[in-house]
Design a protein around this ligand. Structure first.
Ligand SMILES: C[S@@+](CC[C@H](N)C(=O)[O-])C[C@H]1O[C@@H](n2cnc3c(N)ncnc32)[C@H](O)[C@@H]1O
Length: 239
């Protein structure tokens, strides 16, 4: 597939037998020559929604257009579903920003085999240059292996575990990236859920908001919740 919003055939479609109803509906759509084919996406394995991917596209584009200095960082890259999109934007804009990815690759979700190898293969399949991979726990790699300046950062390190453990990891991420973000830089927080802002979706990783509320209590930045369909996310821009 050659578009910005779908990196590859989602796992859920590859790995799951389609329901009889879906097969029937798709046959009907083919018969009517609509060109449509409905696919079931399961975000527990596909990691993000199309709506979120559209948000990433525009947010990363905006820091490039605003000439915000610094590199592009993702904390929690897994097999690179977001990372491939980030690199596509960098290429399309002919930007000289470098992509830095951080992960211990301990979480496999439903993936079989090496997550790191799959990440590299996804970049090969998309015919993109390989990213800078920083393998290890954030406790070891951050902040030492971060670039001096960060223009755009995506924090996505939820794995459905204990919310206080996750909060502690998020606090370490914030403390590491915040001083390296220049004015205008953007940080996107996967799974940020605020019951007041997000009527849709589920609070899958409550540690994100717990950490944000604590770290940003004395900071001037405002959080902006974005529509992400089944999943939620939000961003702040450095003041
Ligand atoms: C939800 S996945 C990231 C999905 C990814 N952004 C994508 O688009 O495919 C979360 C990742 O965070 C990583 N992670 C969680 N806690 C971590 C930690 N303390 N140090 C390093 N990696 C961590 C996991 O290994 C996992 O790959």
């Amino acid at each position: 597939m050659n578009n910005y919003f779908i990196t590859r055939q989602p796992y859920s479609v590859n790995n799951r037998k389609e329901s009889k109803l879906l097969v029937f509906v798709n046959k009907g759509l083919r018969f009517l020559k609509t060109g449509l084919n409905i696919q079931q996406q399961d975000t527990s394995v596909d990691m993000n929604t199309v709506e979120q991917r559209i948000n990433y596209y525009h947010l990363l584009n905006s820091v490039i257009s605003d000439n915000v200095p610094g590199e592009v960082v993702e904390l929690g890259c897994f097999t690179g579903q977001c990372a491939v999109l980030f690199q596509k934007v960098i290429e399309q804009r002919k930007s000289n920003k470098q992509l830095h990815l951080y992960d211990s690759f301990f979480a496999t979700f439903k993936h079989k085999g090496s997550v790191e190898d799959e990440l590299k293969k996804n970049f090969e399949r998309a015919q993109l240059p390989q990213p800078n991979i920083h393998k290890g726990g954030f406790e070891e790699t951050l902040p030492a292996q971060l670039p001096e300046q960060i223009a755009f950062v995506h924090i996505d390190c939820g794995f459905g575990g204990d919310k206080f453990q996750h909060k502690a990891v998020m606090l370490h991420c914030f403390a590491s990236i915040y001083p390296r973000m220049p004015k205008g830089a953007i940080c996107v927080l996967m799974d940020y859920y605020d019951a007041k802002e997000n009527s849709e979706g589920i609070d899958i990783n409550p540690g994100v908001k717990l950490a944000y509320d604590e770290f940003f209590a004395d900071k001037p930045e405002d959080i902006v919740a974005l529509f992400g369909n089944q999943y939620n996310h939000a961003y702040f821009r450095k003041v």
